[in-house]
Structure formats: structure tokens, C-alpha cells
Design a protein around this ligand. Structure first.
Ligand code: 8YV
Length: 311
């Protein structure tokens, strides 16, 4: 008999397929009440993605649950307190996706500042025959503010050095990175930034951290980039700021209620949007899948988990 894995929504199909060679997978959202009751006592492992919700109400229904394996570095969807209270381990996929997410942050910064998408649409509309595209904003030598100076924030800083940017960061902790300026005050960082880059992890501690005051401090010449979590930005405040030109533009890979994107953010030359693709390169997604599979295998082999989230 194969061991059972309960898969919650948003887990990529290919990963589920790979796991189904060795395990029996059930899709939580598709189970009837009867089907769920039949397996409820046997589920030791939940498989989730960075965007999945694994609420306390689900965790507490599963008496045999021992591991929540997350396909993603962010585990803000998991009720970590409920898990840890019952000594349920949580694994994620850190490090291997850092480069991709940081690469996308640079692409966003350049695409918004230089209006790459707007400029392409300009050609496609045939407008080049009638004149030149409006001038855009210089990136090199500008001021970058990084919100959240963890693995991804630091990888962003490393890349931004290549653009000779002055780099400031806001975080709970001051880093020993001498080349970047620590701002204990987010409003001050926003005031001192041409581009404000959100790299903070999601969860209650960062919810709507980027609010209307921060956007006002960023100002009409400022650009907001979010490659972290939609929850970190007050999306209504962002829509307001964009609609009334209170900031110059935005690059967004994540949204508060994916896959819903506020219509006010669509079809603007100064707003670049992508559908949460930060880690979505073939190489990285394969490495993430491998790590999830290896963590689950380690759990069943009773050997140390490779990337356990610590308390
Ligand atoms: C993935 C992510 O999009 O790592 C994360 O936290 O949000 C992303 O890498 C996601 O986990 C895959 O669905």
C-alpha cells in the first residue's frame, strides 16, 4: 500500500504526477465528505504550494499529520502556529529560487522605468510612423529601496550594484552588508527611493505594509515593484496611487487575490504585470519539485528533512 499525500490547491500538476509514482495523492478540494472521512486518520503529509492555504481548521482535522511540504519558499499560507503546536514539521524550497525571483525584479524595474511593454505596444499599434515614443526614466545610478532584506532582498541588492544604484533597505534586522544603507523607518526609505522593491515574506507581520503613506512617501516620480506577496501591499491604496499619478508606475508579479488583478491596473504603459512567475523557470521549478520529493522521502525514511522551517 502506498502512503497517502493530501494535496491542497495550487500545487503544480507535474509535481503531483511525479509524486503519484510512489504515493497515493488526494486532492483536498475535490474530495467528498465521505471520501475525506475515509482517509482523515491516515494522512501524514500535506503537499502545498507557496500560495496554498493550509488553515488550522484543516490541520486539526488530521490526527496523523506530521509534515506539510511546501513547493515554494513562502509558507505564509500555512498556519504555522497550528502546525508547530502539534509538532508537525513544515518544509519549503529556499535558496534555489532566489536567483530567478531576483532576476525578475530587475526585469520589472527596467520594464517599468524604460516602459518596454508600452514601447512594444506603440510599435504594434503602428504609432512609430507618427512619431517617437515618449522619453522614459533612467535606472542606472538611481536609488533603490529594498523592503525585506532576506535571501531575495540581498540577491536583488547584488544585481542592483551592477546598475550603480544607491541601495537602502528596510528590515527588522540590520545586516552586516556595508554597501547598503539600513533604514529602520520604512517611510524614510520610501522617501529616499526612486524604486521601492518589495521582497518581504508574507504573513500577518507584513500585511499591507506598503500602505497609502508609504506610496505617498515614494511620490509621483517613484516606482513600486512587488515580487514577494500581494498581501504586503495595500492593493486598494496602490490602485488609488496609480489612478491619480501619485506614483510613477508599478511592476507586479503578485496580487492580493490571485488570479484576480484589479482592472484599474490593466492596460497602462507604466504598470507591468506578470502572473506570479518569479520562480517559474524550467530549471528552478524542476529543482523545487526535486526538493519537495526529497523532503517527503526523507520524512518517510525517518532521516533528517532537507529544508525544514524552524520555529
Ligand atoms: C511559487 C512562491 O509561485 O516560492 C514561493 O513562495 O510563491 C513561488 O515560488 C509557488 O510556490 C508555486 O506555486
Amino acid at each position: 500500500m502506498k502512503n497517502i499525500i493530501l494535496r491542497v490547491d495550487k500545487v503544480p500538476e507535474v509535481l503531483a504526477e511525479q509524486l503519484s509514482h510512489d504515493y497515493t495523492l488526494y486532492e483536498y478540494e475535490k474530495l467528498s465528505v465521505e471520501e475525506f472521512s475515509a482517509i482523515v486518520g491516515k494522512v501524514q503529509v500535506i503537499l502545498a504550494s507557496g500560495e496554498s492555504k493550509v488553515a488550522a481548521s484543516l490541520i486539526n482535522q488530521l490526527p496523523a499529520l506530521k509534515l506539510i511540504a511546501v513547493f515554494g519558499v513562502g509558507y505564509d499560507g500555512v498556519d504555522i502556529h497550528a502546525a508547530f503546536q502539534r509538532n508537525i514539521q513544515v518544509t519549503n524550497t529556499p535558496d534555489i529560487l532566489t536567483d530567478d525571483v531576483a532576476d525578475l525584479s530587475m526585469a520589472m524595474m527596467l520594464a517599468v522605468s524604460r516602459q518596454i511593454i508600452g514601447a512594444q505596444k506603440f510599435i504594434e499599434r503602428g504609432d512609430w510612423h507618427r512619431g517617437n515614443y515618449p522619453q522614459t526614466t533612467k535606472v542606472s545610478g538611481g536609488r533603490l529601496g529594498i523592503v525585506g532584506f532576506g535571501r531575495i532582498g540581498r540577491a536583488v541588492a547584488q544585481r542592483a550594484k551592477g546598475f550603480a544604484m544607491r541601495i537602502g533597505y528596510f528590515d527588522k534586522y540590520r545586516s552586516d552588508n556595508e554597501a547598503c544603507i539600513y533604514y529602520p523607518d520604512l517611510l524614510e526609505l520610501a522617501r529616499d527611493s526612486d524604486v521601492l522593491m518589495v521582497c518581504a515574506s508574507g504573513g500577518p507581520q507584513s500585511a499591507k505594509l506598503i500602505n497609502s503613506d508609504v506610496l505617498a512617501a515614494l511620490g509621483p516620480q517613484g516606482i513600486l515593484i512587488n515580487i514577494a506577496r500581494g498581501s504586503v501591499v495595500d492593493e486598494a491604496a496602490l490602485v488609488e496611487a496609480i489612478s491619480h499619478q501619485r506614483i510613477a508606475g508599478a511592476g507586479l508579479d503578485v496580487f492580493a487575490d490571485e488570479p484576480n488583478v484589479p482592472p484599474a491596473l490593466l492596460n497602462r504603459d507604466n504598470v507591468v504585470i506578470t502572473p506570479h512567475i518569479g520562480s517559474a523557470t524550467r530549471a528552478t521549478r524542476a529543482a523545487m519539485a526535486r526538493l519537495v520529493i526529497d523532503n517527503i522521502a526523507a520524512f518517510y525514511a525517518d532521516t533528517p528533512l532537507l529544508t525544514a522551517v524552524t520555529k
